[in-house]
Each structure stands twice: as structure tokens, then as C-alpha cells.
Design a protein around this ligand. Structure first.
Ligand code: SF4
Ligand code: F3S
Ligand code: FES
Length: 247
């Protein structure tokens, strides 16, 4: 057991400040346990969102000592306890109360992305044939738990607040899952270039670093999408043939 000091941000959309709490940390505790203990012992009105406590619902996202983390998957034993532990809400989204942010912007962005549109079935019985390699390629993207930690860390949203112009890494993963699906025939490349501004991503890879599902966001989703956009809009040969086709 060790007595650990926490600085937890308390406040609302109107503003707030860090408050200090002390609680006993025992072996095996995660940050979310400590927050719940502080809630029980010192601050019954401390707002914190959580659900599964198993790293699967994506609800308990916050910043622990400045790093975007799932609180339920961050072990206290992995955090230096000789200094105050700082816990604050995600910076890229508006605060509702204390550690709870309003992430609804993400759901509105997702609605803008063109839906799955399968090609006609391969057989009269309505079935399709797909290569296993093509399925494996998109499987990784489906692990996303919508914790939005990648959105929180991406500087385009976090520092430049370009929420109205850039869809963010989570939605690039979602778009990649659709674009690379072997049955999908929808075309999302023009939207990616013109309205969702994939070009704002300068491949810092911070999103990949924080993803709790270890999705290779930048290399496997964003870069291949950027290559498709570049092929479509900047490859002189492809542009020439498209013009020729139109004519
Ligand atoms: Fe969270 Fe990873 Fe999904 Fe981003 S891609 S929302 S970090 S699970
Ligand atoms: Fe942002 Fe990830 Fe690109 S952090 S800049 S979307 S590589
Ligand atoms: Fe579900 Fe943390 S409580 S991911």
C-alpha cells in the first residue's frame, strides 16, 4: 500500500481547475480504480465515464500525466508514484463535467462517410467470393473501440482545432475499412481529398502510438488512402486517361 497524490481536473464547459486528492494505492490497481476510490472517499460528485473496465467499450479515455490513455487499462504500477499523478479530460473535445468530454462530434463525422455499397453477388444464390488475404487486410480496422484517443492526440484537431475540416485518424481507419473492403464499390476518394482533407495529416504517427487496440493506423490505413488519393488526383498518366475516357 502507498499513499499517492492525484491532481484531478474538476470543472465544466465554463472552466475549472486541478484539485488534489490522496488515496491508498494497492497492488493491481488501475487508474480508474484510483479515481473510483477518490470518488467514494472524497468527491462523490466527481464525473467519470466508464463502462466495461476491460478496455473494450472505449468510454474511460482521459489524459494521465499528459498521455491519452484508457484509465481502466493503465496500471498504477506503470506510473511514477513519488510525484503527483495528473488526470484530466481529453483536450480535443469540449468538457461536459470533470473527466467527461462531449465526443458527439465524432458520430456526426462518421455519418458523413459514404456507407458500404457491395457489388452485385457473384452467384445466383446471392453469395460472393472473396480472397482471404483481402478479408485479413481490413480485419485490423474492425478492432476499433471508438475510444477517440487517436483523435485526442492528433495535432490537427488538438492544436489547430480543425474539426470542421479534418475527419481525424479514427475516421480514416473507418474509411479505410470501407475503401479496402473487397466487395465495396463506393468511391470516397474525392471526399477524402476535398472535404475531409486527408492532406492535413502529415504522418506524425502519434495516433498509432496511442491506439489501445494496436491498430497500425498510419501505415495500414492512412498512407494507403493517401496513395489512392495521390494516384487519382496527381498521377499525370491516370489523369490523362481519365480525361481521354471522358472525351
Ligand atoms: Fe481508439 Fe484506436 Fe479506434 Fe482510434 S483507432 S478510436 S485509438 S481504438
Ligand atoms: Fe494526425 Fe495520425 Fe496523421 S496523429 S497527423 S492523423 S498520422
Ligand atoms: Fe471500457 Fe475503459 S471502461 S474501455
Amino acid at each position: 500500500m502507498a499513499l499517492v497524490t492525484f491532481n484531478i481536473w474538476r470543472g465544466s464547459s465554463e472552466g475549472g481547475e486541478f484539485q488534489r486528492y490522496q488515496t491508498e494505492i494497492s497492488e493491481g490497481m488501475v487508474v480508474l480504480d484510483a479515481v473510483h476510490q477518490i470518488q467514494a472517499e472524497h468527491a462523490n460528485d466527481l464525473a467519470v465515464r466508464w463502462n466495461c473496465k476491460a478496455g473494450k467499450c472505449g468510454s474511460c479515455s482521459a489524459e494521465v500525466n499528459g498521455h491519452p490513455k484508457l484509465m481502466c487499462m493503465t496500471r498504477m504500477s506503470d506510473i511514477p508514484q513519488d510525484k503527483d499523478v495528473r488526470i484530466e479530460p481529453m483536450k480535443s473535445f469540449p468538457v461536459i463535467k470533470d473527466l467527461v468530454t462531449d465526443v458527439s462530434w465524432n458520430y456526426r463525422v462518421k455519418q458523413r462517410i459514404k456507407k458500404f455499397k457491395p457489388r452485385p453477388p457473384d452467384d445466383e444464390d446471392g453469395t460472393w467470393r472473396m480472397a482471404q488475404d483481402d478479408i485479413d487486410r481490413v480485419q485490423e480496422f474492425r478492432k476499433c473501440i471508438e475510444c477517440f484517443l487517436c483523435q485526442d492526440v492528433c495535432h490537427v484537431l488538438r492544436e489547430h482545432s480543425l474539426h470542421d475540416k479534418f475527419l481525424g485518424p479514427r475516421h480514416l481507419v473507418y474509411t479505410a475499412a470501407l475503401e479496402m473492403h473487397p466487395l465495396d464499390v463506393e468511391d470516397r476518394l474525392e471526399d477524402l481529398k476535398k472535404t475531409e482533407n486527408i492532406g492535413f495529416c502529415n504522418i506524425t504517427k502519434c495516433c498509432t502510438t496511442v491506439c489501445p487496440e494496436n491498430i497500425t493506423i498510419t501505415d495500414n490505413a492512412i498512407i494507403p488512402l493517401k496513395e489512392r488519393v495521390a494516384d487519382r488526383f496527381y498521377d499525370p498518366l491516370i489523369r490523362f486517361f481519365r480525361l481521354f475516357k471522358r472525351g
